[in-house]
Structure formats: structure tokens, C-alpha cells
Design a protein. Structure first.
Length: 441
């Protein structure tokens, strides 16, 4: 009897305790997974030349733009790629599709870069679209993109291969054989990007930087200049050199990079070729350079590394790697962008932080910024409200360091309501071109 009573009391206590625990759990409201992290469905039509064995990935702001993240592998059915993943409710997604690396990221039909795809995480959200082409599919190598420019293919001793650039000559230079004018070098990635009216949708297919230049000429706000558009990537625009002598070119395994010595290419091959074959004034006092995004990195980096070779430098929304507040001579370890596989060939694996610091504008200014005050600076970047889709903080840091070394940015720095697009890059040139001309004529 006593045994029965004891077992009854113990059982009653366990039941009460379990019921109390369950009751406590139910008293605390917990969002269901579908409310807190709704599934976002992705579906894309893919090109017919996508091999059956190719694995497709999403890469974006949600995974630090890793191009082969196994978490985000798309399934395939015939010519459709699809998948669904949970994201925090309301999260704004920016992404692209790859076949496992930046060498075969999606591109437009003519091989030009496309804007990042976008979506917002919400219950029932569906993101659909079509991949026009992959970066590693060859385009017509002879395409001009704009009949106002001349395409130049010449052998680079520094790279050991033939390279291409485009060049624009003002009408005066074509009619007066004795005339020599200032030169402006415009950087981004592939040589076509500044002149391709379809480089992204913001140009509307009917404008580029040449239209901006010619409008300024008609307004008598600028004189004759030669504009040079060099290529700083491999042939399909998938591997970016940043305009430096690559630390580990073998990691790119890309023959159209040649030796990977792009900084040598600029000064030993490109500039001498332009100044001996075209009607430009000789010497750094008559040269300027400008760039957009990674092209902004190139222009500022080269101006700081070779201040006697340039008179005026500009950049719109440049991507500069963070300097380290504890050590002026290395790249900040916290900069996740610096660690992207896109830059393996540039800085090595593992990263050579000292080498990178010698090729990065922010750290160069901290190591030795005395030469910066000799140059004219024309720096602009998107607003803080548009981060992380613009490079506001990186541009503002460049501005800050320029002031610290006694250099003056003649433009306003931040551009209200701006975004990271070719239309905005062209508008930057509307503001910077007259200054470049005045400084170099």
C-alpha cells in the first residue's frame, strides 16, 4: 500500500512538473520559423549552353559574395534552375548566379556586367528571371561598341600577350597634325565598359561618357582631350587585375592575363604607345586618370604609387580596402571584401597583407601621403543611406586621409541620391572632366 502511494505521489509530481514546464514554454511567444525566416523561392531560366554537369550557385550579400557556397546550390530541371532558402523577414537580398567562380558569373548577352539581382525576404516571396549568358562564353572579339572610338590591339611586352584598348580623338586632333592635347585614362574593368551604352540598364542604351564629353564641348566648358579606355581584366571580364602586378597570377589560371604584370603594362607599354602614336602632350603634367568602382581603386592607387606620372586623379564610388587602425602598413583583417576569392590572384592565398598594403590607397596614404598634395583630387561616392550598395564609408575614409596629408578634394565627396551605376559614373565625369582638362592643358 505504501509503495503504491509513493509511486502515485511521484507520478503526480512528474506530471505537475512537466505540465509546468510546458505551460512556461507556451507562455513565452515564439515566432514560427516561417514568420521569422520566411522561405524565398528562386527560379531562373538558364542558357542552353549550360552543361548538364555544371553546378549553379547563388552568391550575394547574404553569404559575403562567395561564388561557390555549398549552402546555396540551385537544383536543375531541364533549362530551369531553382531553390528555396530561409532569410530574415524583410532582409533586402542582392545576388547573382555563378557556375562556381567569378570566372563564370552570369553576364549580359554581349558579355557586359549586369546589375546585382534584388529581392526582399517575405512570406511567399518568389524571385524569377533569366540568365542571359555566362562570363566564360566568348563574345565577338572585334566588337567596337561605339563608332566614335578606335580599337587598338597591340603587343604588351610586360604581359607577353596582345592587349586591347579603345581611344577617342577629338575632331581637332584629326584635322591638325601639329596639335597635341591632354590625355585622360578611364578605368573600370573591361575596356568596353565606359563606352558600352548597354553596360547596365541605367544608361538606357543611348548614352555613355563620350556623350557627356561632347556635351561639355558644345557648352564650351572643356577643350579637346584624348580619352583612353584600357582593359584591366582578362578577356571575359571575370578576373580583375586592379591594375597591379598580380601577386599570384597562377591562381587565376587565365592565359588572357598573360604574366599578370598590369602595373608594368600601364607605364612600360600603354602610356608610351599612346604618346608615340597619338596627338597627346607628353609627360605626367598633361595626364589625368579617373575610374568607377574597382576602376576608382585603380586610378587612386596608381596616382599615389606614381604621383609624378599624373596631374589629376578622380574616382566615383571606388572600392578601397580598409586600412588597419593599429598598423599603418597592413590591410585591416576585418575587411571581408578583401578576402573574397575574386582577389586571390591579386594578393595571394593566404593573403599577403603587407604586399596588399603597398597596393591599396588607404594604406598608402597612411604609409607616405606626402605626395598626394601635389595632385588634383576629384573624389565622389554614394550616400550613407545607400550602404551597403555604395562605397560611402570607404570613400569618406579616403576623403578623411586626404585631408590629413594636406590634399584637397575639389568635388563634394558624397553625392546625394546617387547609386552604384554607370549613369552615376557618367554624371561624375560631367563634374570632373572640366577640372581634369584645366589641370592638364
Amino acid at each position: 500500500m505504501w509503495l503504491t502511494l509513493i509511486l502515485f505521489v511521484v507520478g503526480l509530481g512528474l506530471a505537475f512538473g512537466l505540465g509546468f514546464m510546458v505551460g512556461r514554454q507556451r507562455s513565452i511567444p515564439q515566432p514560427t520559423p516561417s514568420e521569422a525566416t520566411p522561405l524565398v523561392n528562386f527560379e531562373f531560366k538558364i542558357p542552353a549552353d549550360t552543361a548538364p554537369g555544371d553546378q549553379l550557385y547563388l552568391t550575394g550579400s547574404f553569404n559575403q559574395w562567395r561564388p561557390n557556397d555549398a549552402t546555396y546550390v540551385l537544383s536543375r530541371s531541364a533549362d530551369i534552375a531553382y531553390g528555396a532558402w530561409p532569410f530574415t523577414h524583410g532582409l533586402q537580398l542582392e545576388f547573382k548566379l555563378t557556375r562556381g567562380s567569378w570566372q563564370n558569373v552570369e553576364k549580359s548577352l554581349d558579355g557586359s556586367e549586369i546589375p546585382n539581382r534584388r529581392g526582399i525576404a517575405a512570406s511567399g516571396a518568389q524571385v524569377k528571371g533569366a540568365v542571359a549568358a555566362w562570363a566564360d562564353r566568348q563574345r565577338d572579339p572585334a566588337k567596337i561598341y561605339d563608332e566614335r572610338v578606335e580599337r587598338v590591339d597591340f603587343f604588351s611586352n610586360a604581359l607577353g600577350i596582345t592587349r586591347t584598348f579603345y581611344i577617342y580623338l577629338p575632331i581637332e586632333a584629326r584635322s591638325d597634325e601639329n596639335l597635341r592635347v591632354p590625355s585622360l585614362y578611364l578605368f573600370r574593368g573591361h575596356e568596353r565598359e565606359w563606352i558600352n551604352k548597354n553596360e547596365d540598364g541605367t544608361r538606357g542604351g543611348n548614352r555613355n561618357v563620350l556623350d557627356v564629353y561632347e556635351e561639355l564641348r558644345r557648352q564650351n566648358r572643356i577643350g579637346p582631350m584624348v580619352l583612353v579606355f584600357p582593359g584591366m581584366t582578362n578577356a571575359n571580364d571575370a578576373v580583375h587585375s586592379l591594375g597591379i602586378n598580380l601577386h599570384a597570377p597562377e591562381l587565376a589560371a587565365e592565359p588572357t592575363l598573360g604574366s599578370g604584370r598590369f602595373e608594368d603594362f600601364i607605364y612600360r607599354d600603354l602610356i608610351p604607345y599612346v604618346e608615340t602614336h597619338y596627338p597627346v602632350l607628353f609627360g605626367g603634367a598633361h595626364r589625368s586618370l579617373d575610374g568607377f568602382s574597382l576602376g576608382g581603386f585603380i586610378s587612386v592607387n596608381q596616382a599615389l604609387r606614381h604621383p609624378n606620372e599624373w596631374a589629376s586623379v578622380g574616382a566615383y564610388d571606388g572600392l578601397f580596402f580598409w586600412d588597419d587602425p593599429e598598423n599603418a602598413e597592413i590591410i585591416a583583417a576585418r575587411d571581408s571584401v578583401f578576402e573574397r576569392s575574386l582577389f586571390d590572384a591579386n594578393f595571394g592565398v593566404p593573403r599577403d597583407h603587407t604586399f596588399a598594403a603597398q597596393h591599396n590607397p588607404l594604406t598608402l596614404l597612411r604609409i607616405d601621403g606626402a605626395q598626394a598634395s601635389k595632385l588634383q583630387w576629384l573624389i565622389e561616392y554614394g550616400p550613407e543611406s545607400a550602404e551597403p550598395n555604395v562605397n560611402y564609408y570607404r570613400g569618406a575614409r579616403l576623403d578623411e586621409l586626404l585631408r590629413e596629408v594636406g590634399a584637397h578634394n575639389r568635388l563634394s565627396g558624397v553625392v546625394p541620391n546617387a547609386n552604384h551605376s554607370w549613369q552615376m559614373a557618367d554624371e561624375h565625369m560631367r563634374r570632373s572632366l572640366p577640372y581634369h582638362y584645366q589641370q592638364t592643358q
